[in-house]
Design a protein around this ligand. Sequence first.
Ligand SMILES: [Zn+2]
Length: 189
Amino acid sequence: MSCPYCGNNDTKVIDSRESREGIRRRRECLRCGLRFTTMELVQARALLVVKRDGRREEFNRDKLWASLTKACAKRPLPVGTLEKIVSEVEAGLAETGKAEVPAKLIGQLVMDRLKELDRVAYIRFASVYRDFRDIETFKEEIDALLAPKPAAPAVPSNQLPLIAEEETVVSPPRRRRGRKPLTPPSRPA
Ligand SMILES: [Zn+2]
């Protein structure tokens, strides 16, 4: 432990107490005599990621962050979107309660989120994670994206839903004024 003031490595601990964040130690530099505080943190158990080839590596938040940044570069996403995705993915991984997770799962968790947010970012990310081998696979993915979603259960337009949930309330489309209906011009017989 080197002194932040003079860089000397000889310090003595003059006080040590446990707190919720870890163990705080008050230290005194044996050369300049100034005091400083250090924190000792318990490292959470590392999560291992099993790669496609079977090799394992420690889960790396920065790596996930970097691949997301790349996929979302110059996309019109709200501030804080990437942070949110990373935290949600981490939470999702923790939820499995496993010490090892397949890399595929991480990719899937990210793609589920990107798909809803931004199709371009989604395709960019998927092309790396899924390792599209040829243009055909790539096309299949795009086609799947463009395919219409299964229709939601229809509510008759003259009937309001019984329970108005905030998320499901959709304001009716505004009528465009000043437009004539599209009817073919009548021709003289
Ligand atoms: Zn010092």
